[in-house]
Write a protein that binds this ligand. Sequence first.
Ligand SMILES: Cc1cc2nc3c(=O)[nH]c(=O)nc-3n(C[C@H](O)[C@H](O)[C@H](O)COP(=O)(O)OP(=O)(O)OC[C@H]3O[C@@H](n4cnc5c(N)ncnc54)[C@H](O)[C@@H]3O)c2cc1C
Ligand code: SF4
Ligand code: SF4
Length: 443
Amino acid sequence: MNRNRKIDFMINDKDKTEEYDVLVVGGGIAGEEAALNLANQGYKIIMVEKDLSIGGKMIHLSKVFPTLDCAACITTPKVSETARHSNITIYTYSEVKGINKLNGSGFMARVERKPRYVNEETCTGCQICEEKCPVFVQDQFQYDLVGRKAVYVPFSIANPRIATIDMDNCILCGACEKACPADAIDFTQEKEEIPIHIKSVILATGYKLFDPVVIERYGYGRFKNVVTAMQMERQLVPTRPYNNVLRPGDGKMPDNIAYVLCTGSRDATVGNPICSQVCCMYSTKQAQLLMGALPMADITIYFLHVRAFGKGFEEFYQQGRSMGVEFIKGKIGKITEKENGDLLVRYEDIREGVVKEAEHDMVVLSVGILPDIIPEDMFLKERPELDPFHYVMQVDELSNPAKTSMKGVFVAGAASGPMDIPDSILSAGAASSETATYLRRLS
Ligand SMILES: Cc1cc2nc3c(=O)[nH]c(=O)nc-3n(C[C@H](O)[C@H](O)[C@H](O)COP(=O)(O)OP(=O)(O)OC[C@H]3O[C@@H](n4cnc5c(N)ncnc54)[C@H](O)[C@@H]3O)c2cc1C
Ligand code: SF4
Ligand code: SF4
C-alpha cells in the first residue's frame, strides 16, 4: 500500500473510525501506568501492544532490585487493572501504522490487528489444543530455553490468556480444531485494519535486548552453557522452565557461575557506547537469588565499573558482596568451551595487571538494552526526532522530560533511554500529567 492510499483509507473509512483521547503505544509497565493515570481522570485510552500479552518485560522478571520483591506480584495487579478499566481499550498482537497529524484536530492512525486464528471471545485458554498439536518450536517467552507448540498460550500469566496459532510453523493438520471444546479455532481469520482518531499519543515502546551473538568471542549461540541474563531471569521465576536452575547444555545443576557485565553496553565497537543502567543491579540481584536457589554454588561477577547509583543500590551491592558473591575487576578476552561443556574465561585482571584464566560451568552475559522504536514504521509525515542513540528525543529533558519534538506526542519509560522500573513509572507519571495538561488546553 503506498502512502497516498493509506491517507485515502483513513478519510474514506471515517464512519468506522474509533475515537479516543490518547493512543498509548506499548503495554509495558510505563504504558500501563500512563494509561491508568489518564483513564482514572476520565480520558478514553487506546493501548496498542505488538506482543500477544500486555505486561512488557517486567511480567517476565523474577524479583526486582533492590528490594527483592516479587515482580509478578507487583505487575499483575496493574496488568489486570489496565485490562479491566472501562476507559481503556487494548489491542494486543497489533501494530500502529501511519500516524498522521491533522490540522488542528489531533491525529489519524491505523491499528493493524494480526490474526490469531483463534476466536478471542470464545477461547477459554484451556490449552487442550496445545496438547494435541504435533509441532514443537522454540518458546520465545521462555527465551528459547524450552519448546512450545505451534498453537500456544504465550505464558501462564498472560493477559489476555488466550491461544494463538503461529502460522509460520503450523502444518494445518487440524488437530487443534478437532480438539478445541469451545470451537474457537478459526483458520479464516484475516488481518484487520482499524482507523482511529486520537487527540494525543504516548510512546511507551520500551527496549529490546542486545543480541550477544554479535560478540563472537563470547561464544553465545555456539556454547550452550553461555546464556543471557534474561535466560537466567526466566530460570529464577516461579513459572520457570525446568523447576530448578540447570545449565541448558546437559541439564546439570551448575555450581560455579560467572557473569560478564557490560555485554553490549558502553562498547562503541558494537554501536552502543552508553550505559544500560540496569545490568549491574540485575546481575547483583540474580547472584543473590542464585545463592538461595543453589546454596553451594560460587558466583563471580566480572566487571569494569559497578554503577550502583540509585536509592538503596550501594547497600544492595554491598549485601551481594557480604553474601559471598565475588566481584572481579576484569576485562574478558575470550570464552572457550571444554569437551564437558565447562567454560574457560580468559580475562585481564585489571587490579593486578595480568591475564588470567578461570573455569566456570555456566556463563551469564549481562546483556545491555537497546531502543525498540522505528518512527518511520509508525508515523506518516512528521515524526518525533530520535536522540543520537536512537531513543525518542526528550527535547526538554530537565524541565519537561516527557515532551518530544512533536506537539501532542509524549514519551514514557525506557522508550526515551535505559531506565529501571521505578524510573519508568515516574517517567510514565510525567507523560500522563503532560498529556492531561495538553488535552485540557485543547478543550
Ligand atoms: C534481565 C533483566 C532484568 C531486569 N531486572 C530489573 C529489576 O530487577 N528491577 C528493575 O527496576 N528493572 C529491571 N529491569 C529493567 C526493566 O525491564 C525495565 O525498567 C522496564 O521493563 C521498562 O519498562 P517499559 O514499559 O518502559 O518497557 P518494556 O518493558 O520494554 O515494555 C514496552 C512494551 O512496548 C511494546 N512495544 C514495543 N514496540 C511497539 C510497537 N511498535 N507497537 C506496539 N507495542 C510495542 C513491547 O512489546 C513491550 O510490551 C531488568 C531488565 C532486564 C533485561
Ligand atoms: S483454542 Fe480452544 S483448546 Fe485452545 S486454549 Fe482456546 S479454548 Fe482451549
Ligand atoms: S493445525 Fe497447526 S496449530 Fe493446529 S494442531 Fe495442527 S499444527 Fe498445531
